[in-house]
Design a protein around this ligand. Structure first.
Ligand code: TYD
Length: 128
């Protein structure tokens, strides 16, 4: 988990993130998920090279991760606390709350050839 700084005053909270400082890579892409149905399942893939940090900017969701040897799961609900996901880690996301917003900081531009979308192919890569 990565804890970001927070600057709080009576006007509210401010959190910031600097690539290469608070996250261990230069940020090349930001994307966010919103209008997610509460029964949706997202993810279901791993990446060859991409590193990411995932935040719940609003609401909450569950994220299950699997490095091919061990599995764990987290509930993200604090906008100042993100989950770092290294390359070669399978992830699945579900249990989105109504109105949840998921923001992802990524180390590379979008590239479909960087994805493992087949779990068998992912497992083969982790045991290679
Ligand atoms: P995907 O990464 O499978 O979404 P999730 O892991 O949240 O379920 O991406 C869904 C679709 O969006 C897929 O067709 C690829 C496209 N996409 C982009 O075009 N650019 C992006 O930066 C991302 C993350 C996805």
């Amino acid at each position: 988990m990565i804890d970001l700084p927070v600057v709080s005053d009576p006007r509210g909270d401010l959190t910031f993130v600097e690539g290469g400082n608070h996250v261990p890579f230069d940020i090349r892409r930001v994307y966010y998920l919103y209008n997610v149905p509460v029964d949706a399942e997202r993810g279901g893939h791993a990446h060859r090279e991409l590193e990411q940090v995932v935040f719940a900017l609003s609401g909450s969701f569950r994220i299950k991760i699997d490095d091919g040897n061990s599995k764990s799961e987290y509930v993200l609900r604090d906008p100042r606390r993100g989950l770092y996901i290294n390359k070669l880690v399978w992830r699945e996301m579900d249990n989105f709350s109504q109105g949840a917003v998921c923001m992802v900081l990524a180390s590379r531009p979008y590239d479909e050839t960087d994805y493992y979308r087949d779990y068998g192919d992912f497992l083969a890569a982790t045991s290679a």
